[in-house]
Design a protein around this ligand. Structure first.
Ligand code: GDD
Ligand code: MN
Length: 388
């Protein structure tokens, strides 16, 4: 049993398992009522078939680390607890830490609440060896698997929706993965690239599959069991994290980001035109109504762009600097657009609404190009920090 804190030194040489062994990475957050049972089930089903070590990456505020330490004394394999003082990246960040710390040829990631059966660990590795795969996903959605332990219709619907959305956004990358939301999988250490080791993704399997898709992927069915004790830590907040994560993965390339720009800009029509409709209905003249309604669209676009598109590129400017620049661009855009609308309305006899829609299309492209260049493009830095 060893306890270490970041920066992570390797496990003791005496504890490094032989090749073909597995490091089981278990993220834990307040699982004191589950970890003893988990270690017990691992002891029963893994070491006789495959040499193993277990690394807990713990963000608990309860006594989970102490319970692990005590229970580890009965384990015939090394157990380490990596307790993080700062829970950077939550569950996903914890798994990344575990992947970093792992020393075996194979790494299996599984939950600490006994919803993932440890008896499957040797099978996952064996399937990977047989298929010469880099990644083996334990799936609830192939024959022989089930999501029995997914509590309640709401969770089932959310899980199904998330799976569908991920597969719709990444049809090629996720081909052959029926359960991209699974938190139970085996990965070859060589298939974990440095690129992936960013403590960023919440759904780490999705991150691994999309960013460093291993050459071959295998799947093994499993039955998602009931939690042994306690409650799920997933929340609406995690749901939003997941959506942001999907957006971040999907808009990693410049072309995809341009499309994202376009979609967000297009979605800004809705608050803009609704505001305009309401203001005109209230009897406001269309020119001041345009100016006011534009603010709805601007605010809407800014929020979406900040949270979905440039989440990782905000640090080099303070928020008020970004708001200021964004607002300035939007106003320049407005200065350009109002005469354009006036022209379309006055000269070409268009209605205020269609004229606005057309002017919006013409100017949002300019605005987004300006936004990328002037608000979110990192300033040129000297030294190795700017190298990627
Ligand atoms: N270190 C750390 N930090 N661990 C965490 C954190 C965190 O912030 N949040 C949750 N965990 C741990 C839990 O202690 C547990 O061991 C594991 O991550 C899964 O958390 P649960 O709260 O039990 O999640 P779940 O059962 O709702 O979701 C599981 O199934 C989903 C599929 O429906 C997870 O495996 C998900 O990744 C998976 O998508
Ligand atoms: Mn769980």
């Amino acid at each position: 049993m060893s306890e270490y804190t970041a920066p992570v030194p390797g496990l003791d040489a005496a504890e490094v398992p032989e090749p073909g062994a597995v490091t089981i990475v278990v993220p834990t957050f307040n699982e004191s009522a589950n970890v003893r049972q988990l270690l017990h089930r691992i002891t029963e089903s893994v070491p006789a078939r495959l040499p193993c070590e277990v690394v807990f990456v713990d963000d608990s505020t309860d006594d989970t680390p102490e319970v692990i330490r005590e229970a580890a004394q009965d384990c015939p394999f090394p157990v380490a607890v990596l307790h993080r003082a700062k829970p950077v990246g939550g569950l996903g960040g914890a798994v990344v830490e575990g992947l970093r710390a792992a020393t075996s040829e194979w790494i299996v990631v599984m939950d600490g609440d006994c919803q993932h059966p440890p008896s499957l660990v040797p099978e996952l590795v064996a399937a990977g060896e047989r298929a010469n795969a880099g990644l083996v996903v334990a799936s609830r959605y192939i024959a022989g698997g089930s999501r029995a332990g997914l509590a309640g219709g709401y969770r089932v619907a959310v899980s199904r929706g998330a799976t569908w959305l991920a597969k719709a956004l990444f049809p090629r990358r996720l081909r052959g993965i029926s359960d991209p939301m699974s938190g139970f999988f085996a990965i070859r250490r060589s298939a974990v690239t440095a690129d992936v080791l960013r403590p960023l993704g919440y759904k780490i399997l999705l991150e691994l599959a999309v960013r460093s898709r291993p050459r071959r992927i295998a799947e093994v069915p499993f039955v998602f069991q009931d939690r042994f004790a306690g409650e799920s830590k997933s929340s609406a907040r995690e749901g939003f994290r997941f959506l942001r994560h999907l957006a971040g993965l999907r808009t990693a390339s410049p072309v995809a980001r341009m499309v994202g720009f376009g979609l967000i800009g297009a979605s800004g029509f809705v608050p803009n035109l609704l505001g305009l409709y309401a203001l005109i209905a209230l009897g406001v003249h269309y020119v001041p109504a345009e100016i006011l309604a534009n603010q709805f669209g601007v605010a809407w676009n800014f929020l979406l762009i900040e949270h979905l598109l440039f989440r990782d590129r905000r640090a080099h400017r303070r928020w008020w600097d970004r708001v200021g620049r964004f607002a300035l661009l939007a106003n320049a855009d407005l200065v350009l657009r109002i005469p354009l609308i006036a022209l379309l309305v006055g000269r070409f006899g268009m209605g205020a609404l269609p004229a606005t829609a057309l002017a919006l299309v013409l100017t949002f492209v300019l605005r987004f190009v300006g936004t990328e260049a002037l608000v979110y493009l990192p300033r040129r830095r000297r030294g190795p920090a700017s190298a990627r």
